[in-house]
Design a protein around this ligand. Sequence first.
Ligand code: TUI
Length: 310
Amino acid sequence: MKNITEILNSKYPLIQGGMANIANAVLASAVSNAGGFGLIGAGGYDAEWVRSEIRKCRELTDKPFGVNIMLMSPHAPAIAKVVVEEKVLVVTTGAGNPGIYMEEWKKAGIKVIPVVPSVALAQRVERAGADAVIAEGTESGGHIGELTTFALVPQIVDNVKIPVIAAGGIADQRGVLAAFALGAKGVQVGTVLLTTLECPIHENYKQMVIDARDTSTVVTGRQTGAPVRVLKNPMANHYLAMTKDGATLEELEKLTLGSLRRAVFDGDKETGSFMAGQISGLIKEIKPMKQVLSELFDGVNLYKSTLEVM
Ligand code: TUI
């Protein structure tokens, strides 16, 4: 089986999370320049935004990087074409099954690494030609599945032949080692990148992650079928109270419209949605990207720590 660093052509076996509205060319190039594998997160943006960020990223780094496509976006079909036209090396997908795009991407030589919340979807995308999968636990920030990283990773490892990348709850070397002990060959991180110097979010967002404790996140949207983990704030409390009072889908959508942008760009602590994972409580300071990645990996032999599963 290929190592993740061979698939990604990166120094570290680390891929950046999709991080909708956050992961632009500045963040992606910072991750790749520090030895990880950066991604442009398409989120809810349109195809021309993605094309322009890909081109900007090529100016900012000579290292490889990829694109994350959020499949719930109405722009996903057009973005799926742009990654082919722009000869993107690696595509990760989230929030859905990328099956309908796989043939075209594989034909174009793109390496495809879907985020999967279950063994069933991992097996389905493996059959469709995925090069690896990202097993993302419910500890993660943003849109999440049901299973924890600890339960999900080894079950996917035992049921696919392609490499598995672990995500959710990883923010230091212990988390990386644990992921490898569970059989993962790499990690995806998001929350720990929010507080890097280079991360292009409002200072209030970074400070909220630094101030967070273990119990500071909450899941909104469980009832509407799109559960999203965010930092607790008046916006999240209001959302949950409205859900309890039987608010309609329209009312909830109206409340959350633009709320991620208000968090990322305006740092609006009252009405923004600050997506972040349960590991926020471990993060204590703002650091340069290079230091964060070095602290995750340097000085440890991950491959020796891996147990052979019989
Ligand atoms: O996608 C993510 N995290 C995200 S996307 C996002 S943007 C957004 N904003 C508001 C509402 C919804 C999305 C913010 N964070 N992570 C990857 C992920 N994929 N988590 C869960 C899944 C997933 C869920 C179901 C993947 C596949 C899936 O399959 C269902 C099916 O069709 O079989």
